[in-house]
Design a protein around this ligand. Structure first.
Ligand SMILES: Cc1cc2nc3c(=O)[nH]c(=O)nc-3n(C[C@H](O)[C@H](O)[C@H](O)COP(=O)(O)OP(=O)(O)OC[C@H]3O[C@@H](n4cnc5c(N)ncnc54)[C@H](O)[C@@H]3O)c2cc1C
Length: 148
């Protein structure tokens, strides 16, 4: 959490969810019990500690992806990918290439997470033609404290 030393704050805990429901429960608990903050962490490459939180709980998004058998699902005919936010773009690309496909817009550096780059657009050489990654998203699931 202190890598780089640019934003040297420490969270109270790091949470390793096994499902989106775990995350919803954490967010609900944060409201009910008054944690200072909850922060998602993709690959931790944002340069000013955006994925960290002083005294709060960091949600390690990549862990779920590791235990997730099909974290990247390709709908070949419909030409879209359904991916968990903690997936790295390199793994999304690899999964696409098995079907002879590729994302329309990616990042030049591919060891960044889907959620991490969509949170700030996600740009590369293809953005000139296809827009940033966020402009190529059809649907997003937003996890809140609601368990419904
Ligand atoms: C070496 C290097 C190369 C880079 N190259 C590029 C590039 O080519 N193109 C480009 O656009 N950017 C590039 N960046 C910038 C990078 O895209 C951003 O810093 C990005 O936010 C980092 O992604 P991450 O997975 O490390 O996210 P993190 O740093 O972990 O998180 C970034 C933000 O997104 C939030 N977040 C993360 N995951 C989720 C989620 N699942 N749901 C909701 N919120 C979430 C975090 O809370 C945080 O606010 C580069 C950065 C580095 C260090």
């Amino acid at each position: 959490m202190l890598r780089g030393g640019v934003a040297p704050v420490e969270p109270a805990a790091v949470f390793h969810p096994t499902s989106d429901r775990d995350i919803a429960q954490l967010i609900r608990a944060a409201y009910q019990q008054g944690f200072p903050a909850v922060s998602a962490r993709g690959h931790g490459h944002s340069i000013n500690g955006q994925a960290n939180t002083a005294g709060g709980v960091v949600i390690e998004m990549s862990r779920l992806a590791e235990g997730h058998a099909d974290g990247v699902r390709i709908a070949e005919e419909m030409r879209y990918v359904d991916a968990w936010g903690g997936e790295l773009w390199i793994d999304v690309l690899r999964a696409c290439l098995e079907h002879g496909l590729a994302p329309r817009s990616w990042t030049d550096y591919l060891y960044l997470s889907v959620g991490g780059t969509l949170s700030n657009a996600g740009i590369s050489g293809q953005a000139f033609n296809h827009g940033p990654q966020i402009s190529n998203v059809h649907e997003l699931d937003v996890v809140t404290g609601s368990l419904n």
